[in-house]
Write a protein that binds this ligand. Structure first.
Ligand SMILES: [Zn+2]
Length: 491
């Protein structure tokens, strides 16, 4: 999309969200059997919820030891340990990364909602979905994974959202008489509840069906359906069906996502990770990630010289750059693709290979660990404190805007990974998804490349070689070029 339109859409969305921001001091709400208030607070961008309110509402036993600052939760055969300031929760015998530290206020533990709600859900054996827009947690017994359906008018149409406990395969079919039918494979719902959900005068009727292996929601509109888009969004997992129709004549101020036709790519942003006071990861021989990745970024820039593509580097020397500065620069320069370059680190020194990430919720512990490592250093400010990284809308914005680039980001990651492996002949760790802060504020297809493991002796030595860094740059370059050829052929 054009930069102008991107900025315009962004302003509309910010304005819309500002209007719908929940008031301060209002409790979050937990919907489980009966609605319950849950105390919450905000730390930087992150919503925190009261652990004691949660355990009470969900009927989970909690023991608190003021000497060790540890809370132990018991539910059925499950047990979880919460330690103050820790970014991990022990659930039975596994460690769950919650990215942000557990905090203390008014003799209570506060936990980051977005990452802790799934852990508490697993502990309690129920499904729970945290919705940041509404400050609500929807909890249900495990038998239902299709939790709710919501409707919202937009200035250019109408948005229907089906809230899920976890992503499901689905199909959308428009049938005669302005019906939109969404079939959810493996879906389970309460038909009576869904069909009685409040809607608006645009919708005539909602029907819900439970079949043996699937469920279906059918929505009947009063007007013709000429243009319809759908996609699976995350945080909370939900299916969005948007009906584009400007004749609805709503005065709402936000728009449904812009169409995703792909404009030619003219500006690429290359981000050398870390820098300045932030060394990034350090190898056993003392090689610093920030130096290695800067060199690769500069080589990559050089490779693009022969192309008619503008390359913007977030840094070209040993500068300290905060996340905001990287993202603002990328967005401000009209970037249409964002590639962040890093070297990986792991405590087990035998870990090796190359990997490319795109932004989405981390699906496994290794991806979470990498995300956590990169996020930690990015979030630290010069004094080594957690930086207040941005305004409160970031996570919501990420949710709205980044879904638009998810498919492109994944495709870009795949192209880069393939070419990088061809060029470097390192172990192929594949493409994975994880929640990187540096990516979530960049409104363009964006990936994070982990060239090799600096914590591995052999790969540290490779990263120290000019020829290896050149090959890394060449691999990334070839991947980007393939992506452009496939997805932006008009260039
Ligand atoms: Zn890094």
């Amino acid at each position: 999309m054009s930069t102008q339109r991107a900025i315009f859409t962004l302003i509309l969305i910010i304005f819309g969200l500002w209007l719908f921001q929940p008031e301060d001091g209002v409790s979050a709400r937990l919907y489980y059997r009966v609605p319950t208030e849950v105390d919450h607070m905000k730390e930087g961008d992150i919503y925190y919820i009261s652990l004691s309110d949660m355990t009470e509402a969900l009927n989970i036993e909690m023991d608190y030891d003021p000497l060790t600052f540890e809370a132990v939760l018991n539910s059925g055969n499950n047990k979880a340990n919460f330690n103050l300031f820790s970014t991990y929760i022990r659930l039975n015998n596994s460690l769950r990364n919650i990215t942000y530290p557990i905090l203390y206020k008014d003799a209570d533990f506060f936990v980051p909602a977005i990452t802790t709600v799934p852990v508490i859900a697993d502990l309690a054996g129920i499904t729970m979905v945290w919705d940041e827009n509404e400050l609500s947690i929807r909890a249900a017994e495990l038998e239902h994974n299709v939790l709710d359906v919501e409707f919202a008018p937009k200035s250019n149409g109408y948005l229907c959202e089906i809230i899920l406990a976890h992503p499901l395969e689905y199909e959308v079919l428009v049938t005669e008489g302005s019906w939109i039918n969404i079939t959810l494979q493996g879906g389970s719902l309460k038909p009576g509840y869904i069909s009685n959900r409040p809607h608006s005068r645009v919708i005539r009727e909602i029907r819900a069906f439970q079949f043996e292996n699937s469920s279906q929601i059918s929505i009947n509109f009063r007007t013709d359906i000429n243009e319809m888009h759908h996609n699976l969004a995350l945080n909370p997992p939900r299916i969005q069906v948007s009906i584009i129709d400007t004749t609805f004549d709503y005065s709402a101020i936000d728009t449904i996502f812009a169409d995703s036709e792909f404009d030619p790519i003219d500006v690429i942003v290359i981000d050398a990770g870390h820098g300045g006071s932030e060394d990034g990861a350090i190898g056993p021989k003392g090689t610093r990630e920030k130096d290695i990745v800067l060199d690769i970024a500069l080589r990559l820039e050089k490779l693009f010289e022969k192309d008619d593509i503008k390359v913007v580097l977030t840094r070209r020397d040993d500068n300290t750059l905060l996340l905001d500065e990287r993202a603002n620069l990328a967005n401000g320069k009209g970037g249409e693709m964002f590639v962040s370059i890093h070297a990986n680190w792991f405590e087990d020194a035998s870990a090796k290979g190359s990997q490319t990430f795109f932004l989405a919720a981390a699906l496994n512990d290794a991806a979470r660990a990498t995300a956590m490592l990169e996020n930690k250093s990015i979030l630290l400010n010069e004094e080594g404190e957690m930086a207040d990284t941005a305004d409160e809308l970031d996570l919501i914005l990420f949710d709205l805007l980044q879904t638009e680039y998810l498919a492109e980001s994944q495709a870009l990651a795949r192209e880069i990974q393939t070419e990088m492996i061809k060029s470097l002949r390192t172990r192929n760790r594949g493409v994975d998804q994880a929640g990187f802060f540096v990516l979530n504020k960049v409104f363009m297809p964006s990936v994070l490349v982990e060239v090799a493991f600096i914590s591995n002796k052999h790969e540290e030595a490779l990263l120290g070689k000019e020829s290896f860094r050149q090959k890394a740059a060449e691999g990334i370059y070839a991947g980007i070029k393939n992506f452009i050829d496939k997805y932006s052929p008009d260039r």
